[in-house]
Write a protein that binds this ligand. Structure first.
Ligand SMILES: Nc1nc2c(ncn2[C@@H]2O[C@H](COP(=O)(O)OP(=O)(O)OP(=O)(O)O)[C@@H](O)[C@H]2O)c(=O)[nH]1
Length: 319
């Protein structure tokens, strides 16, 4: 089958080098096969690495003014948004110590200048193929196949990481659990495919409600979703839940010739200032008890628990 040219997305390579002539040399070798961008200093390189679409591979010089390649590589590896991007050093430094230092700060390969054309091409292609393979394995391990949002494993890992980050920076964190009401009835009345479609619609709504890199939507299993809002302003909790509830109410009704059904959800949110005395799963447990209250209280409503927020009601109920 012929694939239209515009449908083929070329892998993206970022070249980082403070000398234009070196950038041009590498560009002349890989420029035809890949989408290439370049940066001549660490600041630009860091910005371009974080920006979407992100590079699939970085070819990085070591000797640069202000911030050298070792420092830049270590910074990229320490940043959650960029740590997955493989880095190949391309440097005139050829001592054993230099090369070992490169691998110690996180590069995946090391080429000595002047680069040999065929070698550069083959090493780049190999690394990109491996990177693609790793990314698809990660997707399998961390994504819910039906809705494409994260799975429970990814949720747990992200919650631990964001919790620690919020402890460090004294920021509040919120966990929201969203559970569909009477979902069994939707499956029974309209069929399993309609039920699946319903889960996809809810996932889409939830995905549109997160906006920051540390935030996450996950399907925890069955008809239950959970969200993490990092650095979340406690006073915004009611508005956030209400907005999600309204968006879900706008999902079209399920209908067949005999009956129709509205889709509603029950929710439980916890908003906490994490500290070293509590742990990440406390946030999940609090949200879960708030959800339980919503189910017990007649469904299609939400409870918000703010156990450690001074001056706030510990548990509030909203219809
Ligand atoms: N279509 C579809 N249904 C699923 C999937 N996973 C779980 N379910 C169904 O989701 C339903 C969940 O039922 P319950 O846990 O009783 O929840 P509920 O009917 O929403 O009841 P309440 O939560 O009390 O309102 C069950 O009928 C499961 O078979 C899925 O991937 N697709």
């Amino acid at each position: 089958m012929d694939i239209p040219q515009e449908a083929v997305v070329k892998p993206r390579i970022l070249i980082v080098d403070d000398e234009a002539a070196h950038i041009m040399t590498i560009l002349s070798i890989v420029g035809k096969e890949y989408e290439v961008s370049f940066a001549m200093n660490a600041n630009d390189a860091f910005r371009l690495s974080q920006q979407y679409p992100q590079p699939d591979l970085i070819l990085m010089d070591i000797t640069m003014p202000e911030c050298d390649g070792y420092q830049l590589c270590a910074m990229l590896k320490a940043d959650q948004q960029t740590q997955h991007i493989p880095i190949i050093f391309v440097s005139a430094n050829e001592s054993e110590e230099d090369i070992a230092k490169g691998f110690n700060v996180g590069c995946v390969d090391y080429l000595v200048k002047p680069v040999r054309q065929q070698e550069l091409k083959v090493r780049v292609a190999t690394r990109l193929a491996l990177h693609k393979h790793t990314r698809s394995l990660e997707q399998l391990a961390y994504q819910d196949p039906l809705t494409q949002v994260a799975n429970r494993r990814k949720f747990t890992e992200t919650l631990q990481r964001e919790w620690s980050r919020c402890v460090r920076y004294h920021q509040p964190i919120a966990v929201l659990i969203v559970d569909l009401d009477n979902f069994k009835q939707i499956n029974d009345s309209f069929g399993h495919a309609a039920g699946d479609h319903c889960l996809e619609n809810v996932a889409e709504v939830l995905r549109s409600s997160i906006h920051r890199p540390g935030d996450l939507v996950a399907r925890m299993g069955g008809d239950e979703f959970a969200l993490i809002f990092s650095d979340f302003e406690p006073s915004a909790s009611n508005k956030k839940c209400r907005t999600i509830q309204d968006m879900i109410a706008r999902i079209p009704k399920f209908k067949n010739s005999d009956e129709s059904a509205d889709l509603t959800v029950s929710m439980g949110m916890s908003v906490m200032y994490p500290d070293t005395k509590s742990d990440a799963l406390d946030a999940l447990r609090e949200a879960d008890s708030a959800l339980y209250k919503s189910k017990q209280g007649g469904k299609n409503c939400y409870h918000i628990s703010k156990p450690y927020c001074a001056g706030e009601t510990k548990l509030a109920h909203f219809k």
